[in-house]
Write a protein that binds this ligand. Structure first.
Ligand code: MLT
Length: 408
């Protein structure tokens, strides 16, 4: 008799975004005339910048010629891309990396979801609450949790509440944890962490022989010069942190796919007998076994994002999305909403009006304004009573959505 992995049966409802799509589809079928504006999932709406498109055309031509066709590439990624990543994203901020510390992939969702596989099942996991659901769900699938409680929180996970009282940056856990997921600029709250705050986490990880999985997918949206873009800007972080980056939100690659993980050579985990093990070769082994490399065309496109022209074009698109964020903040603020985020991140996190729950506000907004957002409770119990609006959208649509808010 074939047995199912029963950990999957512990998972709560559907994954958040497909569930939202399902509800929006049902609404649209009932109300075919409604012009729904989607500010739910953080998906790009601007076309890819011309320099990136040209690089893809050139790469496609290379693939069409016997002299330059590429078969399987290096699983870890082509050096031309890894070198551009190191020079532009790290060396420019005082962080030195070797090529073999960067692993190119097809997305941060997969990377942040897969990384836990190389750690023992009995590690204690700590996540912020609210949190990007992938970190939690993949640990549930792996069997690191018990059942979910009423608010959707899983037994065995240490949840670190992020609320207005702590500016959405969690306190250090009182208990000892082994694997800590941090995301800054944060999805969903839009909060950022200062160098001092990140240093406390690095110190905690060193003291407790823990590892931080640091998701920096939104670093390009930071506008405050004092905020670190990489956890490796903190001394000693290479000994305790893995960093995830993505081209999805930065350069518009949600439909093209390219991301990377940094696994420093200094990073160690331990056997149950207490022997130190280098994490980098273990991730290399896992990556090479389960992944055959990101497509050459995607990597050529990603490298083009680092050319002078590419950087300018990408910056323009980021500014466009951030002007949407500023508009959302300003208009909702004028209407009396309490809003957070949207300054160093493309997400605005707002308090739901009255005593509405997050899903009640979702339905209310969809029905009355035909605007889609993301219910805060979908990101965890501490997200209840909050709502996320994504700044990824066509500026005219975002302005229209704000007009509709005024009529509520
Ligand atoms: C989000 O809206 O939170 C993200 O787009 C989801 C993702 O990146 O997978």
């Amino acid at each position: 008799m074939i047995k199912i992995n029963e950990n999957y049966l512990k998972l709560q409802s559907g994954y958040l975004f497909p569930e939202i799509s399902r509800r929006v589809r049902a609404f649209s079928e009932k109300n075919p005339a409604a012009k729904v504006i989607k500010l739910g999932i953080g998906d790009v709406t601007e076309p890819l910048p011309p320099t990136i498109v040209q690089a893809m055309h050139k790469a496609a031509d290379e693939m069409g010629s016997k002299a330059s066709v590429k078969g399987y590439g290096p699983e870890q990624g082509y050096d031309f891309l890894i070198e551009a990543i190191i020079a532009n994203d790290y060396k420019s901020r005082g962080v030195n990396l070797e090529n073999t510390e960067v692993f190119v992939s097809d997305g941060s969702k997969c990377d942040t979801g897969n990384f836990q596989e190389i750690f023992g099942i009995d590690n204690v996991i700590a996540v912020t609450d609210p949190v990007y659901p992938v970190y939690v769900d993949t640990n549930v699938m792996a069997g690191r949790t018990g059942q979910a409680g009423k608010a959707g929180e899983y037994a065995g996970i240490v949840y670190m509440p992020c609320t207005p009282d702590n500016n959405f940056v969690p306190q250090l856990p009182k208990e000892k944890v082994d694997l800590i997921y941090l995301c800054f600029p944060n999805n969903p709250t839009g909060a950022v962490a200062t160098k001092e705050q990140l240093k406390r986490w690095v110190d905690y990880a060193k003291t407790n022989k823990a590892i931080i999985l640091f998701d920096a997918a939104y670093e390009a949206f930071i506008s405050d010069n004092t905020i670190p873009h990489s956890i490796y800007e903190i001394d000693g972080a290479k000994e305790v942190a893995v960093e995830f980056r993505s081209f999805s939100k930065t350069a518009g690659f949600t439909g093209l796919r390219c991301a990377f993980v940094v696994v420093p050579k200094e990073l160690k985990a331990w056997t149950s007998a207490g022997k130190a093990v280098d994490v980098n070769p273990i991730w290399h082994r896992r990556h090479g076994t389960k992944f055959n490399g990101t497509s050459y065309i995607s990597q050529a496109a990603a490298a083009a994002a680092y050319t002078d022209r590419g950087k300018k074009e990408v910056r323009k698109i980021i500014e466009l999305y951030m002007s949407n964020a500023a508009l959302i903040r300003e208009e909702l603020g004028k209407l009396g909403y309490t809003v957070y985020g949207g300054v160093n991140a493309p997400y605005v996190w707002l308090k739901t009006p009255g005593k509405m729950s997050s899903w009640e506000f979702f339905d209310y907004l969809l029905e009355k304004a035909n605007v889609v957002g993301t219910p805060g409770s979908g990101f965890g119990a501490a997200g209840e009573g909050f709502f996320r609006l994504s700044a990824f959208g066509d500026p005219a649509n975002v302005a229209k959505a704000m007009e509709r808010f005024k009529k509520l």
